[in-house]
Design a protein around this ligand. Structure first.
Ligand code: MN3
Length: 391
């Protein structure tokens, strides 16, 4: 019998987590689940645990520990809780870790998983956006192979052997442009929460859906690409491609450009990452060029271009500015989701916080957390002062 690959999923109840389990269930002879973790969703975590029989499950919200423990009574599954519990899930040797916790909360467990995983399939953006230099240094000193799951970066990974990077002139990240790619400023100012949560192509969590609408998501992806592939700023380009069929392109020095095409289904990059370095068949919708007929390309909406420009700006400024960028955006999005600020305020607030932040020095992980915390408080204060009491 074939030896199964063990898999740990950090953030198993979110969109990437559930898609990962969906891929795993298509070939349970190949994979066995070692650990699962979730922030809050004990109902789904219970279901997943019963189905996939992990050795250990973690619920980050300690208040839900007792209920989860009761749900899994007699199942021979170790139940742990809190941040420590999530980290405990990464303490055992494992073949594959899928890191899909949303936000800065994913940083510590993902960093810990580098010590114990042969392969790290990364979906969490903050590891690269907030702690890119730190994270990549740790990867380069480890035996852990890093595979990006984010569809654009997964495409670039598939297209190019970055050991021969000197052949590459630049990369082009594609962006769907979100639901407001054609909106003028007047319309953008009136965008409702409901409309901002409707992404034309991808079904994702709320935070990333809003980030796609503001184009902040593409800005974070520029930062991700910068660290993942060790590129210069002028080597990273963005094109709006509303059909989301081309997932990114590599432009070689000799004039050739290669592109990766597939349906917009997150299970495809997840499948690729889980099976890498081999390729196997996957029962998923394959693209039909005769049905697609046309692929189109546009410049980003001029009224949202500030988001993209911020990525280049913070990378140029260096140090902790990407961290500041991310923290300020996370807070602004939180207030937009609570309908306390307007859609276009998100970009305004993030720009403002970046401009008033002083340069913090970052020497270790604790510095990253303390700057992150400081910027979140600063952003909240700023929002309270500028937009009134938002409680
Ligand atoms: Mn993406």
């Amino acid at each position: 019998m074939l030896k199964k690959n063990t898999v740990s999923i950090l953030g198993s109840t979110g969109s990437i987590g559930t898609n990962t389990l969906n891929v795993i269930s298509s070939n349970q002879k190949k994979f066995s689940v070692l650990s699962l973790s979730s922030k809050n969703n004990i109902n789904l975590l219970t279901k997943q645990s019963v189905l996939y029989k992990p050795k250990i499950v973690a619920i980050q919200n300690k208040d839900k520990y007792k209920d989860l423990k009761n749900n899994l009574f007699g199942k021979r599954i170790k139940v742990v809780a809190g941040d420590e519990g999530v980290i405990e899930c990464t303490d055992k040797k494992v073949d594959i870790t899928v890191a899909s916790i949303v936000g800065i909360a994913g940083l510590k467990p993902t960093l810990n998983s580098i010590n114990n995983s042969s392969k790290l399939c990364l979906a969490n953006k903050e590891c690269l956006v907030s702690a890119g230099y730190f994270f990549m240094k740790k990867i380069s000193r480890s035996n852990c192979k890093l595979l990006p799951i984010d569809s654009e970066h997964n495409a670039i990974f598939q297209l190019c052997d970055f050991k021969k990077k000197n052949n590459v002139e630049s990369i082009t990240l594609t962006a769907s442009g979100g639901p407001f790619r054609k909106h003028n400023l007047k319309k953008l100012k009136k965008v409702s929460l409901k409309n901002a949560l409707k992404h034309p192509n991808w079904k994702m969590g709320n935070k990333i859906t809003i980030d796609s609408a503001t184009m902040m998501n593409k800005a974070f992806e520029i930062i991700e690409a910068f660290h993942l592939f060790n590129l210069k700023l002028n080597q990273i380009k963005v094109v709006v491609h509303p059909e989301s069929i081309i997932h990114s392109l590599v432009n070689f020095k000799d004039g050739s450009t290669t592109a990766l095409l597939c349906d917009h289904d997150m299970r495809i990059p997840i499948f690729y990452a889980l099976y890498w370095p081999s390729r196997e068949s996957f029962n998923v919708k394959k693209i039909d060029l005769f049905k697609i007929r046309n692929l189109s390309f546009e410049k980003p909406n001029i009224h949202l271009i500030d988001s993209i420009n911020l990525a280049y700006y913070v990378l140029k400024k260096g140090g902790p500015y990407s961290l500041i960028f991310n923290a300020a955006n996370e807070v602004a999005v939180k207030f937009f989701l609570k309908q306390k600020i307007k859609f276009m305020d998100i970009i305004k607030i993030v720009k403002k916080i970046i401009s008033i932040s002083k340069k913090h020095s970052i020497n270790n992980l604790e510095d990253i957390y303390s700057v992150d915390k400081y910027i979140r408080e600063l952003t909240e204060d700023y929002i309270f002062k500028t937009y009134g009491n938002c409680n």
